[in-house]
Design a binder for this molecule. Structure first.
Ligand SMILES: [Zn+2]
Length: 256
């Protein structure tokens, strides 16, 4: 049992148990000292989560300009950093924020004036947009999503079939291969992973339509334990209503 899990289990016990634990700890100073060291180890592990470090290595391997990132909002949602006892979802602006379990967020800068004027952190919904590495960088670089017919900085035009921008309230849907393209990633230690990227967004209520799963996802019984399949995809043609604020990374180990 790791220290992280032990701490959460201790927390969930009743008060009497906690008293017993406390009195046991107070029996000797050496015991107290050992437990203090355990606490330090817990904090150390959280700040240096090995999974988060691997995801960071993946992000670094992309060589994106560091200035795009705002590491104040980095957060790991692996099973150690976000305990299984914690909630799978929260209500934000009367909409479920589905916790991206198993993913690591790397914060990116947002337009602070717009964020304050619109009060996006409290009033906008949390959504996800699965994409490939090239498109993710393009969205961050342009500071917004592009829509069909838009012209990139290099003069190329965005030619896609649909005039809409698609998001989902659950990362389980956005992370599907059809959206978040899998990338092979080999770490500096030679370990091999499949890496995926999903953008975490704030999305303005009342500016998007909701529909059921599309494509192959229609055949799946239940994609997410929080969001039903018939309300799992959002679409909009209002680009300013979606603001990406984090790059989510997931690594899955593969045999070399
Ligand atoms: Zn972690």
């Amino acid at each position: 049992m790791n220290f992280e899990r032990r701490k959460y289990e201790n927390k969930s016990r009743n008060k009497n148990n906690n008293c017993n634990i406390r009195s046991n700890l107070e029996r000797s100073s050496s015991q107290t000292s050992i437990n203090k060291n355990q606490e330090l180890t817990i904090q150390y592990d959280r700040r240096h989560c090995p999974y988060q470090l691997l995801c960071k290595e993946f992000i670094s391997s992309l060589s994106w300009p560091e200035i795009y990132f705002n590491n104040l909002y980095d957060r790991c949602y692996c099973f150690r950093c976000y305990s299984e006892n914690k909630s799978d979802a929260y209500l934000i602006a009367n909409s479920p924020y589905v916790i991206p379990r198993g993913w690591v967020r790397f914060g990116i800068h947002v337009d602070n004036v717009k964020a304050q004027v619109e009060d996006i952190w409290k009033k906008w919904h949390n959504t996800y947009h699965g994409t490939d590495i090239h498109s993710a960088l393009s969205i961050i670089k342009h500071g917004q999503f592009l829509l069909k017919g838009d012209t990139f900085e290099n003069g190329d035009q965005l030619n896609c079939r649909c005039p809409y921008l698609y998001t989902s309230p659950t990362i389980k849907y956005s992370a599907r291969n059809a959206y978040a393209k899998p990338n092979r990633f080999v770490t500096s230690n030679g370990e091999c992973f499949i890496a995926k990227i999903v953008l975490q967004c704030k999305q303005k209520p009342g500016t998007y339509n909701i529909q059921g799963a599309t494509g192959n996802a229609r055949r799946e019984k239940k994609i997410c334990n929080i969001i039903s399949n018939d309300k799992i995809e959002y679409y909009t043609d209002i680009r300013a209503s979606v603001i990406p604020y984090g790059v989510m990374v997931q690594l899955t180990a593969v045999d070399t």
